[in-house]
Design a protein around this ligand. Structure first.
Ligand code: NAP
Length: 535
């Protein structure tokens, strides 16, 4: 049936041409391995290609959210703002692809449908919408937040108005002027979109299931003095990422709220509110681990919401009751202020659930006539891109089935029963609880070194052992259990997706992770098994 398909045999197939895929390609090409990147879209950039909604912006400072593997690149590139917008990040990633001549090894509009390990040949057979490939290694660089969560709401498929999603925003200009618009969801994407679109549209109806903590970004043009200073000591500055719990240099802090004077604490939090954005916890190490310290920071933000939002009833609905940081902290430009506009309405889904979506309306406490519906309902995080296709390992086991009770991975890099398959920032690594850029580079460098070590030592197959994987995920959970993250419903533990196993997936603590990774590697890749062709 597939006679027209060509069989291609690169050494490595990389899935996804986002931040991870393009750097992985660069490293493997430099090693002399034949490599192809398969990208579903017609453009590279991953998350920064798909998520083009108004206001899309990174909330980690540009000088930290950028590659560090090439001194020339980090010196030459100039970011225009403290926090970069989506178009500039996409332009940067395209620049990187051109600068290192990567584009010709990326196959666009090519979607992987199945990846199957052949136990006899120890090769991965990868089937796409265009070709069949056979490669020794298969690397999933598919990102942690790439499969959107489509809400199961009656009538959604019959909506006849304009249906938009923050995670698949059209490339062409979307004219929302004079439109009645509803947006479902109030996570980071929505919180960035709302202030932007509220300015131009007729009415905005915000359907909120859970309120979120959000900190002003205080974004602005790049401070040239700060830029020059950091560029003069870039390597040293980058090292600071590795000593901060969440991998953000500007977020380091050793003090404890529990041991500090409350007036001093509030003064410091005020400063953080005015300048730190996502680094709001900056200065205090106990906010993520001590519920009492957390409550001080949470109350600070709750009071800010009360101060900003003029209508007390709306303010009350916008106030989160759970631990601050338990759900991913959001960063905004005038989010809470937007609810003071006369054309913006907040509908709290806990007291007024959506009954159904009509052809041109949305029905909750009453029927809202709308022209446009925006879904900002998040992602099947961390595992979605790996379970939405058939990845078949030893004995025909499908990864989706292996992970039915919760995803398990060794270091977020390897999975038992799936030899010669690597994931970049997979479950069990700091990933989404870190600055993704250095975390991606760390994994890409590790995979490159590991493949190099295998070549040098005549090993052809690597697989993580089940015991190592289980022990690792126990550690992930043990650490999470010491923090406020585990006790909050969030996409970190799969709570946002119906019928998804509840398992806490990110490793908390960038420095500890880096230390363990180093220890395991220098101990001859402890926990990995080499050259076991048939278990
Ligand atoms: P999200 O944080 O998961 O938010 C999704 C929102 O949709 C939540 O408010 C959720 O409510 C709501 N929701 C989901 N299903 C629903 C349903 N059936 N009915 C009503 N509401 C529903 O997703 P996101 O905003 O796209 O952000 C995801 C992550 O991407 C962020 O946490 C962040 O890591 C990253 N991101 C980063 C940036 C940045 O760098 N600035 C920007 C955007 C995104 P519940 O909370 O009740 O589940």
């Amino acid at each position: 049936m597939n006679q027209s398909r060509t069989l291609l045999n690169p050494d490595v197939v990389i899935v996804g041409a986002g931040v991870a895929g393009i750097y992985m390609l660069h490293k493997l090409k430099n090693m002399g391995l034949t490599t192809v990147v398969l990208e579903k879209s017609d453009e590279l950039g991953g998350t920064w290609n798909w998520n083009r909604y108004p206001g899309a912006r990174c909330d980690i400072p540009s000088l930290e959210y950028s590659y560090q593997f090439d001194e020339g690149l980090q010196q030459d590139w100039n970011w225009s703002e403290k926090y970069s917008g989506q178009p500039e990040i996409l332009e940067y990633l395209n620049h990187v692809a051109d600068r290192f001549d990567l584009r010709k090894d990326i196959s666009f509009e090519e979607e992987v449908l199945e990846a199957k390990f052949n136990e006899e040949s120890s090769l991965w057979k990868i089937k796409t919408n265009k070709e069949n490939y056979e490669s020794k290694f298969c690397i999933f660089a598919t990102g942690c937040l790439s499969v959107p969560n489509k809400p199961d709401i009656e009538g959604l498929d019959n909506f006849e108005g304009q249906l938009l999603s923050t995670s698949y925003w059209p490339r062409e200009e979307v004219d929302l002027s004079n439109k009645n618009v509803a947006i479902i969801g109030t996570g980071s994407s929505s919180i960035q979109t709302i202030p932007e679109i509220a300015k131009e549209i007729k009415n905005l109806y915000v359907f909120q299931r859970t309120p979120n903590y959000s900190i002003p970004s205080n974004n602005g043009p790049m401070d040239k003095e700060v830029e020059a200073d950091i560029k003069s000591r870039y390597a040293e500055f980058r090292k600071e990422n590795w000593s901060s719990g969440f991998g953000i240099a500007s977020d380091t802090g050793e003090a404890f709220i529990s041991e500090s004077d409350i007036n001093e604490v509030n003064g410091q939090l005020e400063e953080n509110w005015k300048s730190n954005g996502l680094g709001f916890f900056g200065g205090y190490a106990d906010i993520p681990v001590d519920p009492n310290a957390n409550e001080v920071a949470a109350d600070f933000v709750r009071n800010k919401i009360k101060e900003i939002v003029k209508d007390p009833e709306t303010a009350e609905k916008l106030i989160p009751k759970y631990h601050i940081g338990g759900k991913r902290l959001c960063v905004d430009t005038g989010y809470f202020e937007t609810f003071n506009r006369e054309n913006v309405y907040l509908i709290d889904l806990h007291s007024n659930p959506i009954n159904r979506i009509g052809e041109s309306s949305i029905e909750a406490d009453k029927e809202y006539d709308i022209d446009t519906l925006i879904l900002a309902t998040g992602f099947d995080a961390m595992t979605g891109a790996l379970t939405s296709l058939d990845i078949v390992g030893r004995n025909g086991i499908i990864l989706r089935d292996q992970w039915k009770q919760g995803a398990k991975s060794y270091l977020g890099l390897g999975i038992s029963n799936f030899p010669n398959l690597f994931t970049i920032t997979g479950p069990g690594s700091p990933s989404v609880l870190s600055n993704m850029m250095p975390s991606i580079e760390q994994h890409v460098n590790w995979i490159t070194d590991c493949i190099g070590w295998m070549i040098d030592n005549n090993k052809s197959v690597i697989e993580s052992s089940l015991a190592a994987e289980e022990e690792w995920m126990d550690l992930v959970n043990e650490i999470a259990g010491m923090t406020i993250f585990k006790s909050t419903e969030s996409w970190y533990n799969g709570s946002n997706i119906d019928n998804k196993a509840k398992a806490f997936l990110p490793f908390i603590g960038v420095p500890v992770y880096a230390e363990k990774l180093e220890e395991i590697t220098s101990n001859n890749y402890q926990g990995f098994i080499f050259d076991v062709s048939n278990k």
